[in-house]
Design a protein around this ligand. Structure first.
Ligand SMILES: O=P(O)(O)OC[C@H]1O[C@](O)(CO)[C@@H](O)[C@@H]1O
Length: 545
């Protein structure tokens, strides 16, 4: 057993988690349950009353957080200590949204002035592009921005921009290219005018195959259309922590926006990686998004554990993953603008907490990060909610909804809300055999037939969900929401004592992929690998099956 699973609070939770009554009776016996298990922070309201908890379980969960040293680990992150030990890096996405006069040191140097300088550089660039003053090489105004990046250098900018659609300028269109599949970039380029298109190449490492290849293809397209090498400076900018490599690649030094190794890729949308967002929504709105995140940071730092939103959400996830055998977690956004958020949280959480050894290298003896998935409501109700309600797997759910719509048309928003709230209710209360039978009382079926159908209609209920509401989806509330999930991810990693900030698991695939690439272009048949890989490579070289 590891130190964690041996701990007193872990042992207590193993017992307590199995004793909690069905949520139906918890609600029936306590009219104050919503008041007890809900609170607000940074413009968000969390209702976690529809969870398998009572006062004792919650106390034990918080004791586990204390015992695991969450408070100290949190302080270490915010203070810039090297908590990403396998890469020897601090983890300071919080510094990207810190107050301008904050003092956060990495290796004895305050990083906040650099962050502010970069924000100011972004501000100048954003103003020039949005005001039509940044001209292409033929003197025409930029109309289209293409963001090239993958992983955190794609999902953050794409999904936050999509979420803030009501704040976009009409003067520009923004496009995102991530996949190395040539179709992705070719389909974009077909519709673009090289004289009025600006490319933002986003890569922290400046070494990611997909991003380099897509940028080279974009550059070739630009040059093939008649532009010269010298014109590249007016159409290509880069965001990277590897300034030397970007310059070598041909990006003008003035057009490089820096970031730092203490910003993880999946935590980077607050840095210059967020440039496409800022171009679309303007720098004031971008700063408002940072301030919403800052508010959540303050809350996470200062609020007591029992009313700390990331702590409560993180500990609930620990409860289900480690004590109820839940292997996945679904994020359901009841807002069309937030439709991409589950994919963003998927990278954030799965790349962070998909780990099998502790910081000390010991094999864990409990599950770590769950599969994160989801989509927008109400669409999901007509697809995968069936499994949530009646499947055999326990899948805790987060329902996220703004109370006011940016598009208040007719009864749409009330219908959306009714579905959202109705789903959490159905998951919680379920439907008993007796209730199902009673519903069939006026049918023409025989008693035997009714009993059979009633069995199929039974829903066990007691399915956990959180509901997160906000007044309206704004840059501030979006910032707070994303920061909430970042810290929720951190909390779980802290309990499991894993490194949530490295990603060695993606490396082997990259290395083997490069090896295969060389073989795909070789003249002789591949024979050295396993039979399956050899056959697949040879088929590709022939071009037919
Ligand atoms: O910004 P980069 O260095 O191109 O990396 C892109 C993505 O690749 C990963 O390293 C691994 O897939 C992610 O963590 C990162 O967001």
């Amino acid at each position: 057993m590891t130190k964690l699973t041996e701990s007193q609070s872990w042992q207590a939770l193993s017992q307590l988690s199995q004793q909690v009554a069905h949520m139906r009776s918890l609600f029936a016996n306590d009219p104050q349950r919503f008041e007890t298990y809900s609170f607000k922070a940074a413009g968000l309201m969390l209702d976690y009353s529809k969870n398998r908890i009572d006062a004792e379980t919650l106390k034990a969960l918080l004791a586990l957080a204390e015992e695991a040293g969450l408070q100290q680990k949190k302080a270490a992150m915010f203070n810039g200590e090297i908590i990403n030990t396998t890469e020897g890096r601090a983890v300071l996405h919080t510094a990207l949204r810190a107050a301008a006069d904050a003092d956060i040191k990495v290796d004895g140097v305050n990083v906040v002035p650099e962050v502010q300088q970069t924000l100011n550089k972004m501000e100048q660039f954003v103003a020039l592009v949005r005001d039509g003053e940044w001209k292409g090489y033929t003197g025409k105004t930029i109309t289209d921005v293409v963001s090239i990046g993958i992983g955190g250098s794609f999902l953050g900018p794409k999904i936050a921009s999509e979420a803030l659609r009501p704040y976009w300028t009409d003067a520009l269109k923004c496009h995102f290219v991530a996949n190395v599949d040539g179709t992705a970039i070719c389909e974009k380029l077909k519709k673009l005018d090289h004289e009025t298109t600006l490319f933002i190449m986003s890569s922290k490492s400046f070494g990611t195959q997909e991003t380099l290849t897509n940028t080279l293809t974009a550059k070739d397209w630009f040059l093939a259309a008649g532009a010269s090498q010298a014109d590249v400076a007016k159409h290509f900018v880069a965001v990277t922590s590897n300034v030397a490599k970007a310059t070598e690649f041909g990006i003008d030094a003035d057009n490089i926006f820096p970031m730092w190794d203490w910003v993880g890729g999946r935590y980077s949308l607050w840095s210059a990686i967020g440039l496409p967002i800022a171009v679309l929504i303007g720098m004031d709105n971008f700063r408002a998004m940072l301030s919403g995140a800052r508010e959540m940071d303050q809350h996470f730092l200062e609020a007591p554990l029992a009313t700390n939103m990331p702590v409560i959400m993180g500990m609930l996830s620990v409860l289900y993953g480690n004590f109820h055998d839940a292997q996945s977690h679904v994020v359901l956004t009841y807002d069309h603008y937030l439709r991409g958020l589950p994919a963003y949280f998927q990278q954030l959480d799965m790349e962070s907490n998909g780990k099998h050894v502790t910081l000390g290298g010991e094999q864990v003896d409990h599950s770590t990060g769950p599969v994160i998935w989801g989509g927008e409501g109400t669409n999901g109700q007509h697809a995968y909610h069936q499994l949530l309600h009646q499947g055999t797997a326990l899948i805790p759910a987060d329902f996220i909804m703004p109370l006011q719509s940016h598009n208040p048309v007719g009864e749409h928003h009330a219908q959306l809300a009714s579905n959202c709230f109705g789903q959490t209710q159905a998951l919680m209360q379920g439907r008993t055999f007796e209730e199902s039978l009673a519903e069939l009382s006026s049918s023409s079926l025989s008693q035997q037939e009714r009993e059979l159908i009633a069995k199929h209609k039974v829903m066990t209920g007691n399915k956990p969900s959180n509901t997160i509401l906000m007044d309206k989806l704004t840059p501030e509330t979006l910032g707070a929401l994303i920061a909430l999930y970042e810290h929720r991810t951190f909390v779980q990693g802290a309990i499991w004592d894993i490194n949530s900030f490295d990603q060695w698991g993606v490396e082997l695939g990259k290395t083997l992929g490069n090896d295969v690439l060389a073989r795909l272009g070789a003249d002789t048949d591949a024979t050295e690998l396993d039979a399956s890989s050899n056959a697949l490579i040879n088929m590709f070289r022939k071009g037919n099956i």
